[in-house]
Design a protein around this ligand. Structure first.
Ligand code: FES
Ligand SMILES: [Fe+2]
Length: 363
């Protein structure tokens, strides 16, 4: 990149990202490989391949990374995440979920074991120095967190290093008992750059201005942000009498009336814990000024669904969309370039911008 956007590590001195960042096609594309390919993305629950021989093709961040991948469970009951591209001439290997002993390409019949190892290829007896390791399907790193599977194409950071921070804080939360609720899950399309949507999420500063109903149930004064290397936590405390977590004595937050834990993992994943369960938000860039956000709802205690900070999430989302789409318009202005942070209220945004710039320019 020819321009280097510096974000001062001292938030008190720093300026925000320049408006060009949110309009620049080149930056948008560059971040695919520099940031998105290097961090962790949700595949789904581990029962996608529940028993040996099940195979499940999927596209990683469809519409953006578009990486064809394949989840398999081999005959030894081990899960693999593989490239779903045949190593012969590049056909998509498996098109639909299936139950198979071997993976066979339907173009010219090359076959692979369920762990991705090359098995056989017709008509290649005369090929010299064949097969080699290059004929195996690439094994893609993946991580398991409770019943959820994640993958990263070229991980910059150990999966466990991120998720152990969350586990430690959320001790006692039995994620394997959370049930996916498709009726309460949906996608939103936002006419704005994915980073504008994300940075809006990363501050509670706008809550009193933009979200009147959310502001009515949380204590804005004590709203706080904790920064970790590649993730951060926004902690919302409930107003007296509002719905909050019944925390175990061993929880670091025991004694506090926690209304919500808002975890963000760089660059585009949010894990929002409410007393009723978990809302996973995946921010999917589509175009430089178009973003899809998937809300995946996992319920633990349905009786708490429409109470406290975890209620009315659709309205909160629409309120966020309106403001974020306005900011995208502001990014077109000839009279706006960069702003300044509130050191008290915007450390999460500063953290995000620092990570973006770090990976944008890292070789
Ligand atoms: S592309 Fe798969 S066998 Fe030819
Ligand atoms: Fe918001």
């Amino acid at each position: 990149m020819d321009k280097n956007y510096h974000i001062d590590p001292d938030i008190r001195k720093a300026s925000t990202l320049p408006s060009e960042f949110y309009r620049d096609e080149n930056i948008f594309q560059t971040l695919k490989d520099k940031a998105f390919c290097r961090f962790w993305h949700l595949i789904g629950e581990n029962d996608i391949v529940k028993i040996p021989k099940q195979v499940h093709p999927f596209t990683l961040l469809e519409g953006f990374l578009n990486e064809p991948l394949l989840l398999t469970r081999d005959l030894n009951d081990t899960i693999h995440c593989l490239s779903n591209v045949c190593t012969h001439r590049g056909n998509i290997l498996i098109e639909n979920p299936d139950n198979v002993r071997l993976l066979q390409c339907r173009y010219h019949g090359r076959r692979f074991e369920l762990d991705g190892c090359f098995k056989s290829m017709p008509e290649c007896e005369d090929a010299i120095n064949f097969p080699t390791g290059a004929d195996n399907l690439s094994n893609i790193p993946f991580g398991t967190w409770n019943k959820f599977l994640f993958t990263s194409l070229y991980p910059a950071v150990n999966f466990e290093d991120i998720f152990k921070i969350i586990d430690k804080r959320m001790e006692g939360v039995k994620l394997n008992e959370f049930i996916y609720e498709p009726m309460r899950s949906r996608d939103y399309l936002i006419k704005a750059n994915w980073a504008l949507y994300t940075e809006n999420y990363l501050e509670g500063f706008h809550i009193p201005f933009v979200h009147n109903s959310l502001n009515a149930v949380i204590d804005y004064g004590s709203y706080s942000t904790e920064l970790y290397d590649y993730c951060n936590l926004q902690l919302a405390i409930a107003k007296p009498g509002e719905e909050c977590f019944k925390l175990h004595e061993t929880s670091p937050d025991y004694g506090n009336e926690v209304a919500a834990y808002y975890w963000w993992i760089f660059p585009n994943m949010m894990l929002n814990f409410y007393p009723w369960g978990l809302s996973i938000n995946i921010v999917k860039p589509i175009e430089v000024n178009l973003t899809k956000v998937s809300f995946l709802t996992y319920i633990n205690d349905a009786s708490k669904l429409d109470k406290g900070a975890g209620s009315g999430l659709d309205k909160v989302e629409r309120e966020d969309e309106v403001i974020v789409e306005m900011v995208q318009k502001g990014m077109q202005s000839r009279f706006y370039n960069r702003g300044r942070y509130s050191p008290k209220r915007e450390p999460g945004v500063h953290h995000f911008h620092r990570l973006l710039v770090k990976y944008l320019y890292e070789i």
